[in-house]
Design a protein around this ligand. Structure first.
Ligand SMILES: C[S@@+](CC[C@H](N)C(=O)[O-])C[C@H]1O[C@@H](n2cnc3c(N)ncnc32)[C@H](O)[C@@H]1O
Length: 250
């Protein structure tokens, strides 16, 4: 007899990553996550969505998704998602992620978020890093980059890159380019593939520890009187600049 999915859920919830919504589950499956349980309050709608948007994982979704009542679904998530889908995934091994982050030579940068505060920003940055094929995202400070709100903001793309929290002295090797409005104009620079690209917190900017470790301070073009850009948009511009220069000699 197979175990009821809600019993399985209760047994795993403490140790697993919450995938909140159809898109998080779709991306997690595409990028190799181990998903032991997935539920939906509307299986027909979820599979129709898979038919429209994710034919590549539709069969796996059909095998995984169990229908539960709307009330049972709502009790599993902090805030019901419009797609009424939720799943649990096994968190990738930290030691393996750290090895991936530290490995040189690197073919794409590591993004460092220095003491980020906003869970939505962190999720958006992980989604960007996945999209650009960055080696990973490292956060410093107290924010948990695997918090369910970050995973939701990252649309499950944590599984497409390496995501870990570290202290500044433990940052992976590589030249550190720290983004700051007072730095050198990015348009004159080629960012190397083995770079660490560091961004400061929404409130206070770069910490003293990251400034001390930085090899270069880099500025994004910005008109006078504008104080700064949003953290995630700064990451987007910088990764785009790296990608546009990739392959060029430093
Ligand atoms: C919202 S800003 C931080 C604003 C903060 N009040 C400060 O004092 O820097 C978040 C981060 O985005 C990056 N950033 C924002 N605008 C930038 C710019 N024009 N040039 C380089 N980096 C920028 C920096 O890494 C900054 O620490």
């Amino acid at each position: 007899m197979t175990d009821h999915p809600l019993r399985v859920w209760r047994g795993l919830a403490g140790d697993c990553v919450l995938l909140d919504g159809f898109h998080a589950l779709k991306h997690a499956l595409r990028f190799g996550a181990d998903v032991p349980v997935a539920v939906t309050a509307d299986r027909a709608a979820a599979l129709a969505l898979a038919g429209e948007l994710a034919e590549d994982v539709r069969e796996r979704l059909a095998g995984l998704l169990t229908e539960v009542t709307a009330a049972e679904y709502a009790a599993l998530v902090p805030r019901p998602h419009p797609t009424a889908v939720a799943a649990l995934a096994v968190r990738p091994d930290r030691a393996a992620a750290l090895r991936r982050l530290a490995r040189l030579p690197r073919t794409a940068p590591v993004v460092v978020l220095d003491e980020p505060r906003n869970l939505g920003n962190a999720g958006a940055v992980i989604r960007l890093a996945a999209g650009f094929g960055a080696t990973g995202v490292v956060t410093t400070g107290t924010l948990d980059p695997w918090h369910p709100t970050v995973v939701r903001g990252g649309a499950g793309l944590h599984f497409a890159t390496a995501v870990e929290r570290l202290a500044v002295p433990e940052l992976p090797p590589g030249p550190l380019f720290a983004l700051d409005p007072e730095g050198e104009d990015i348009r004159g620079l080629t960012l190397p593939d083995d770079a660490l690209l560091a961004f400061g917190s929404e409130r206070g900017g770069l910490s003293g520890a990251v400034r001390a470790r930085a090899d270069h301070l880099v500025a994004l073009p910005m008109r006078p009187q504008v104080s700064s850009y949003n953290l995630a948009t700064s990451v987007a511009m910088t990764l785009y600049h790296w990608s546009a220069g990739a392959g060029r000699p430093a």
